[in-house]
Write a protein that binds this ligand. Sequence first.
Ligand code: MN
Length: 245
Amino acid sequence: MKILISNDDGYLAPGINALADQLSSIADIVVVAPDSNRSGSSNSLTLDRPLRVMKSDKGFLSINGTPSDCVHIALTGVLDERPDLVVSGINQGQNMGDDTLYSGTVAAATEGFLFGIPAIAFSQVNHGWAELDSAARIAKDIVLRNLDALHRPFLLNVNIPNRPYAELTRTVATRLGKRHESEPVIRTQDPHGNEIFWIGPVGKVKEASEGTDFHATEQGWVSVTPLQIDLTHNAQLERLRQVLG
Ligand code: MN
């Protein structure tokens, strides 16, 4: 089995190293990841400058681009063979509900899925890398549990509570929850007195009822959400057809 591994925290991040260590025991792995932290880059591709591939001492390939760039270049220009699976992460911090639209971690997996390859994005719920080895073992378990389904593309979004492996006894299928709108932008000044802005924190959780990713991880369970890419709002489509004729 061949697995392509990427992330959005960059190839030096503890999360991708832990994931690569675990998955190398069950598959031939190739790591192709951004050379710096590109969290929040969503599905962007770099089209205004050339991209370079560098090889690290550990054999990881890094690219001066986004997570989507990395998977795209790996699949179309670097790998000799098509991988059986694309995995992304393990991200530092949760990607649940509306986060999935902004996430570079989910985007890297999505890029694989768009090429018709099964893909899984992994994130730890809390920042700080606590219990990272536990999360990497869970990631390996989830890959192994999906081996029989690799003949057909799927896209899974996994969020893992920062808990010891022995406490992560339950893994559940979930739907995405929802957040309130983001917190306000942070307005400040640069050293020259010019106004500058920092994008503010994500919004508070709004929809965390039973069955959602937010609810599951709040119980201490591992959350696995199957994602799709078609954003068409079918109910609105009917309304539009009536309006537009
Ligand atoms: Mn990240």
